[in-house]
Ligand binder design. Structure first.
Ligand SMILES: [Zn+2]
Ligand SMILES: [Zn+2]
Length: 157
């Protein structure tokens, strides 16, 4: 409450007469008003919260899978040094070829040859592709023909 120095000064100048009782009542009425203001927005928030909670349910019925690069399915890459295939499980892990000494940062993913991604549910080989090849150099979707799991780089809506 560093707010209003003027109010503090006026309060300090009324120690005499009936001023003291009046400020006491004022404080009470202010507290009542503040109390009402606190309760009413809380009720509105309750409704908002219920509304928000209903949104994820509709999403899971329309998208059976995951979105976002962090949830990208495990990828099978070809090592540019030894030409062997190896798994890159998580999008944020270092890319480390188990067949030779080649190592890459996760950001270098687009530089490596992506052979396919594997379904995190049923381990099937997934189809993948791009929606904006000029904007992104990484796959933007992957779809499993086995269990219908679908991954999207971004929300499409
Ligand atoms: Zn290698
Ligand atoms: Zn699957």
């Amino acid at each position: 409450m560093a707010g209003n120095p003027d109010v503090a000064e006026e309060a300090g100048e009324t120690p005499e007469g009936t001023g003291g009782a009046a400020t006491g009542e004022q404080v009470l009425s202010i507290m009542k008003t503040v109390g009402r203001r606190l309760i009413e927005p809380l009720r509105e928030d309750d409704d908002l919260e219920n509304f928000r909670l209903s949104i994820p349910e509709t999403q899971t019925t329309t998208i059976d899978g995951d979105t976002g690069w962090a949830k990208r399915p495990p990828a099978v890459l070809r090592c540019p040094q030894c030409e062997e295939e190896f798994y890159h499980h998580h999008a944020r892990d270092a890319i480390d070829c188990p067949h030779c000494v080649a190592e890459f940062d996760p950001e270098e993913f687009p530089d490596l040859e992506l052979l396919y991604m594997t379904c995190p549910r049923c381990k099937s080989r997934m189809d993948h592709g791009q929606r904006h090849p000029k904007a992104f150099d990484v796959p933007e979707w992957a779809s499993c023909n086995g269990c219908r799991y679908h991954w999207e780089f971004k929300h499409s809506y």
